[in-house]
Every structure is written in structure tokens, then in C-alpha cells.
Design a protein around this ligand. Sequence first.
Ligand code: ADP
Length: 494
Amino acid sequence: MTTVETEFGVLAGEQRMLIDGELQHTSSGATFDVIHPASEQVAGQATDGTVEDMSRAVAAARRAFDESDWSRDVDFRYHCLHQLHDAFDRNKERLRRILITEVGCPVTVTGSQIESPIDEVRHWAEHGKAFEYLVDTGVHPTQMGPARRKIHYEPIGVVGAITPWNVPFYLNVAETVPALMAGNTVVLKPAQLTPWSGSEYGRIVAEETDIPAGVFNVVVSNANEVGAALSADPRVDMITFTGSTATGRAILAAGAPTVKKTLLELGGKSAHIVLDDADLNSALPMAAMMACVMSGQSCILPSRILLPRSRYDEGVEILKSSMENFPYGDPWDPGNMQGPQISDGQRKKVLGLIRSGIDSGARLVTGGGIPEHLPTGYYTQPTLLADVDPDSQVAQEEIFGPVLTVTPYDTDDDAIAIANNSIYGLSGEVSGGDVDRAFAVATRMRTGNVTINGKSHFGITSPFGGTKQSGLGRRNGDEGYREYLEGKTIGMPE
Ligand code: ADP
């Protein structure tokens, strides 16, 4: 967490998108409104790009990949990414205000959404510079005599990056910077609710770096068809996407005719298994905080708390008091750690799922609605539902709100079975006094990542991704860099 001392206030971002090196509006001049979720007021407009604009951006990226030295000149890419890092750093406070304006993210917790991704640009520049692009695997016997084999790691080509609205600047960086450093060219399509975190990135590239025309493009639009056009375009070699599982399925299907490589980070419904020897007073306040800080709008949130029946009432009580005392409200006030939901539609979805939980027999322990003292802004009370049936809709669907569900279990096997009873497999958490036992439980969770006793699995140096319907492939770590490369095996004389 970072406390930021700066001038706060709603700030409209760059309206134009970046296509083939030029900051531009869509030709019709059409725009759409960006709403500040804490005031429900229009903060400004973004250009409403079309399928035609997307086609021009893909053409530019294709040409830049096929006809320039970008894909082969690692030193130049290193230079450009360092420029990008420094430019982001200069624009940091502007990016922060735009983020809060678009998302309603509390200023106090913006460090992981602004400082961290800016640092990551430098990380990828260094990682990509040190990467071994040519590996000699030695001499191999063949029926035609010995052959030396080398593997040459090459960029994939044109990468389409489609990003969601919950952590927009972070994900815009996470999906595009390793791709660029690896030598690909990129078309970024930011989410409708957060166009400026994308268009500002485009402006900074155009005005403050030497990244050549066509290498990096941003197409802003209010229409899902524009993302769909990117994911179906035969000139695009790879799609990297973060968002809902439903959209991930559509992207996979759209890429099938051209067998497009896809890197998908999709929904989650992560479980937190609290073992009977856990320190509840440490594990559960932290669990409540994680549920609230991003208004629950986090794919890795462990939103299903599984408590041993022997300590169930004690656990529910700790969660209740943590959620009731959580500071939320105006995101510009540094005292608050939870802001509004991003939109009226999202809040309606959250409230609908809470209602469905109560209708299916869950007990509403606290929260459950719109706070009376915050009538303006899309705020939702921190909400705790106990006695939740693991098969019910509220235990199966991703809520994306400040909501925890609690379910009791009897044995460790029971807890693992409930945790794995999900179409998702993104993250998980285990809390327990005996770390070996907690580790054994973690290895049986069918997810891509697990946190034990609050020690986070998440960070730029470690692979991150989902199993089951939570995704394909990995971000971060060396695995995350290799996703943007293809190994070409070359057989040659000894
Ligand atoms: P949400 O439903 O929470 O808005 P989505 O997963 O639908 O999240 O959106 C994430 C991103 O996917 C956004 O940039 C959105 O514009 C884009 N998108 C939505 N539908 C499609 C689609 N059919 N093909 C490609 N991208 C899409």
C-alpha cells in the first residue's frame, strides 16, 4: 500500500487513440462518455473507434512487424522500453488521477496499480535483454548422421491485447510490455469503462518514446465488435486477454479458424481453506480486507471462505467485525480503502447475486445492500454471507463485489472437495498453523496459484495463470516472457 500526497480530483484523459504512429479521433468524430463511479457524473469523453479503425491498426502492426527491424533489434527495444518506463514515471500522478476517475479505485491503494506496473516495464526490459534467444542443444544422432540443433526464440508476430476495466493500467502494461520487449508488434484494445488508461498509454508512446509507428497501437471503442474483430483478424498471430470466461470462450472460438495462439486469464472463484489450527485473528481480518480493497473487483480474490465446523462461529464473528469496520467511501479520501463498484450495472449484478444467495438459504451476517450514508456513487456495503451451500449460484459464480461467502466443513478432504467444486481454477489460499499440512492441502487444490498464510503467490518474478476455465498460459516470470516467443529448432552441420 502506498499513501500518495498529491492534488486529488477528477481528471479526463487523452481522447484520441493511437494508430500507425498518429494520435487520432475516429473519422466520424463519435465519442462516448466516461463516468466517474464515485459521483455518477460524466468525467469526459473517449473516441468511439470502429471495426474499420481496428483494421487499420492491425494493418499498421502487421507492416511494422514484417517490414521493420523491430523484431530483430533487441538493443533498440531495450532503449525504447527504458524511455517508456521514464515517461510513465513522469506521468505517474496524471495516470493515477485518471485511474481513480475511471475506476473509483481508492487513492491509498493505487500503488499496486501505478507504481508496480511502471516498475514492471523496467523489469521486462532487463529480462528481455538478458534472455538467451539462441540455445545450442548440442549434437543429436540421426539416421543421416549427427546433426547439431539450435533453438532460436523468435517473436510470434502481431499480438492483440484485450484488457478489462478492473485494473486497467496494470493490465495494459502486463499484457503489452513483455510482448513488445520480445519483439512483437501490438494492438491494444482497452475496456469500454476504462478507455483513458489505454489512450494515455498511446499518447505517452507517441509523444515521449522512439517506439516506431505501427509497433504499438491503441484502439478505443465502446463496442464489443471491435475487440471481436481483433480476435478474429487473420493478420493477428496471438491474442492476450484478461476478462470474463464467457468472453474468453468467444475469443478462443474467433481465433480457431486461423489457429491463433491465445493467452487467457479469465474468471475465478477462489477458495480460502482455513484449517482448524489456523490463527483466525490473523487470517480472517486479512481475508476481509482483500475482499473489500478493490471493491471485490479482483479475479484472484479468495471469495469463498471455508471454515472448520469446530471453529465456525468464532470465524464468522471475526469476519463480521472486520467487514463492519472496513473504511469505505470517497476514493479520493486517503482514509478509505474501498471505493464504489465501477458502474451501476456491475453493482446491480453484485446485489443480484447476494439476493440469490439469501434466496438459496444463506444467512446475511452483515451488509447486503447500498449504504444509506452514500446515496451517490455505486457503493456496496461490505457483505458477509454465512451457511452458503457450495452448489448454490452465489458459491459458483464470480461476484466481483465486496462479498465473502462462508461454508463450514468437517475434514481436510471435505474442504479440498468443496474448494475444487468449481469450473474455475485461478487461485486459492490456505491458512494453518502447521505449514507442512497447509502445503499438502495447497498441492491438492486444482488452481494455478495458492497463497499460504498470507504469503502471496503473485508477483512479476513468478508465473501466474489459471487452470480449468480460468485460463490458458501464464503471465509473469520467465514462463510469462516465453509466451510471447516461439522456439524455432534449426538442425545444422556439426
Ligand atoms: P465484462 O463483462 O466484465 O465487461 P469482458 O470480459 O466482457 O468483461 O470484457 C473484457 C474485455 O473484452 C473488454 O475490453 C471488452 O471490450 C472485450 N470484449 C467483450 N466482448 C468481446 C468479444 N466478443 N471479443 C473480444 N473482446 C471482447
